[in-house]
Design a protein around this ligand. Structure first.
Ligand code: SF4
Length: 278
């Protein structure tokens, strides 16, 4: 399953299509978390802007795969700039769950990275109190400190790239500490499959190479699950392989994040084969 997931593939194809039609394109922030893909688009004239007012020459503004906040979406709609929302349908589904199930008396809890743009977008859809916790122990703290939650309705969702293991631990805590929680498992299946597959592979290897952007959340999660099984190295390109000592390893596994292009994965594999054969 290594490499582009459905949501990233869809966003990349969308930009490729606009470019092939001769349109000017700008993205609101980086479209995905892979520096090589972003660099390639930059070289082909795709601008990265922070605000719709920065869009030049009638370019079409593309909104990133992991969604934007409600305020930003409103701002873009009111700006008069032509835009396409490339948010992944799985992310949009979480926005809809939070919008439809929250009100001023409902507490929304999001399991995920509080600094990640996807989490900001999800949080912005909550109509009442909302909290972000990064793991099951932060969740336990939050629930224990806020006895009031026991009198309120509560909804629980996760960031699409949240760790499956952490989610399972969190569910046990929630079921123990509150009886009134509505639970929505919103981990994306692409993330889930990749994590399980990577772990199975790591268990049979002496080392693992994870190919992907250092800013990519799902790539970081792959590294985290593999690290429990064997020494694991994260690289963005094949060039970084020379910094890793794999001399004592008989079997090395390779996997890649959901925003890593196939060309980079192939280059890593062929560089590794060359050094194995040398
Ligand atoms: Fe969509 Fe899942 Fe890919 Fe994120 S990892 S873009 S949620 S398919």
């Amino acid at each position: 399953t290594a490499g582009f997931c459905f949501g990233v593939d869809r966003a990349i194809k969308l930009i490729e299509k606009l470019l092939s039609e001769g349109k000017k394109v700008a993205t609101l922030g980086p479209i995905i978390h892979n520096p090589q893909v972003i660099e390639d688009f930059k070289n082909r004239g795709v601008d990265i802007v922070e605000h719709p007012s920065e869009v030049k020459n009638g370019a079409v503004l593309v909104l990133r795969t992991h969604g934007v906040t409600e305020d930003v979406l409103e701002e873009v709609k009111n700006s008069g700039v032509e835009f396409i929302d490339a948010a992944c349908p799985f992310v949009n589904k979480i926005h809809k769950i939070v919008r439809d199930n929250s009100n001023e008396n409902v507490v929304t809890i999001i399991l995920g990275d509080p600094s990640h743009p996807e989490v900001h977008g999800i949080k912005s859809c909550a109509k009442g109190e909302s909290y972000v916790v990064k793991d099951s122990s932060e969740l336990e703290d939050l629930l224990q400190k806020n006895n009031l939650f026991s009198q309120k309705e509560l909804i629980l969702v996760e960031q699409t790239t949240f760790s499956v293991k952490e989610w399972e631990k969190s569910l046990k805590k929630v079921k123990l500490l509150c009886t009134n929680a509505k639970i929505f498992d919103t981990i994306c299946s692409a993330t889930n499959e990749r994590q399980e597959e990577a772990m199975r592979l790591a268990k049979t290897c002496d080392a693992m190479i994870i190919v992907g952007g250092r800013q990519s959340s799902n790539t970081a999660k792959l590294k985290a699950v593999c690290e429990n099984c064997c020494p694991t190295y994260l690289i963005e390109t094949a060039r970084e392989l020379s910094d890793i000592d794999l001399s004592g390893c008989k079997k090395v596994g390779v996997t890649a994040g959901a925003s890593t292009p196939a060309a980079i994965i192939k280059e890593v594999l062929s560089t590794m084969s060359e050094s194995t054969n040398a």
